[in-house]
Design a protein around this ligand. Structure first.
Ligand SMILES: [Mg+2]
Length: 306
């Protein structure tokens, strides 16, 4: 029998700001009732898995074990341990990143670190200047995720790790390596975790997310199924801007609940590209540019570029 498992983005899928998406509780309950393996996958490197479990508790999704969360901070720690054992880091980041690196015994080093690691944080100019000096002394630049900004409300955003990394790219002339979604290493490790949670191989892994550039793009490139929900950052009319398309489009995770409980596919609309649904005229031109510019905006070339 084909064993199915889900990787689930949080912001815009399970909650928005401090409100649960309607039907999210029932969706998670269905996963738990049917023993379907699932892992919450977030690019936010600030919280620990324990923090996220408490946050869901307060929102009304009770008792999710921290082992069901995987953050870009944990992915960064996994990446460093695997690719550079014994490395040291200078950090710009909050509790989730500090804890993840500490748990994997990666040492802090403010003198001659192997890496400057940038996560979600309100970095002081003093800290940025120190990171800049470390880069000048030969440290490599690593960001936990590529998000230039993150939503904090319906009308408000805050600068993300991508923007902090861009600051240091400009000052040092070094290019950052960006982990987190859509990086394949995030999906590679998340899939491994899902297998561990399932105590065996999961034949079919599906990413559920609200953001095309991270959730859907990463899933497509990792060879996973991808379900886009319209409760977050993507509207149906913007779908045709993207070269890659989700396997299915759902109004929300609530659409999946009966499918999980009964095992019978719901008749909700499928992807406009692979299905028959009519989503209006397809736009022409600029698809690659639109996609590329989402995370790699042209920046002035620094005067001191090596
Ligand atoms: Mg999201």
């Amino acid at each position: 029998m084909n064993k199915l498992g889900y990787l689930i983005d949080m912001d815009g899928v399970i909650y928005r700001e401090n409100h649960l998406i309607p039907g999210a509780v029932e969706f998670v309950d269905a996963l738990r009732a049917m023993g379907v393996p699932y892992l919450f996958l977030t690019n936010n490197s600030a919280p620990t898995p324990e923090d996220l479990s408490v946050r869901l508790n307060h929102l009304g999704i009770l008792g999710i074990s921290p082992k069901h969360f995987y953050t870009s901070a944990m992915n960064t720690a996994d990446f460093l341990v695997e690719t550079h054992p014994g490395c040291t880091v200078f950090l710009i980041g909050e509790g989730g990143l500090q804890t993840a690196l500490h748990d994997r015994r990666i040492a802090n080093d403010g003198i001659r670190p192997s890496y400057v690691v940038v996560g979600e944080a309100s970095a002081s100019m003093e800290r940025l200047a120190k990171a800049h000096e470390c880069l000048e002394r030969g440290a490599r630049l690593l960001a936990t995720n590529p998000d230039n900004w993150c939503p904090v409300g319906a009308e408000r955003t805050r600068p993300g790790a991508g923007a902090t990394a861009a600051f240091l790219e400009a000052s040092s002339g070094r290019r950052a390596y960006y982990l987190g979604k859509p990086n394949g290493y995030m999906f590679h490790r998340a899939r491994q975790r899902l297998h561990d949670l399932a105590h065996g191989p999961v034949d079919r892994v599906i990413m559920i997310g609200d953001t095309m550039e991270t959730d859907i793009r990463g899933a497509v490139e990792a060879g996973l199924g991808s379900y886009l929900v319209l409760t977050g950052s993507t509207q149906m009319e913007n779908l045709s801007d993207y070269v890659y398309q989700p396997t299915r489009v759902l109004q929300s995770v609530a659409d999946l609940t009966s499918e999980i409980l009964t095992g019978r596919p719901s008749d909700r609309l499928d992807s406009p590209v692979f299905g028959d649904s009519d989503v209006g005229p397809t736009r022409s031109g600029h698809r690659h540019q639109t996609d590329v510019l989402a995370f790699h905006k042209p920046r002035p070339r620094p005067a001191m570029t090596k």
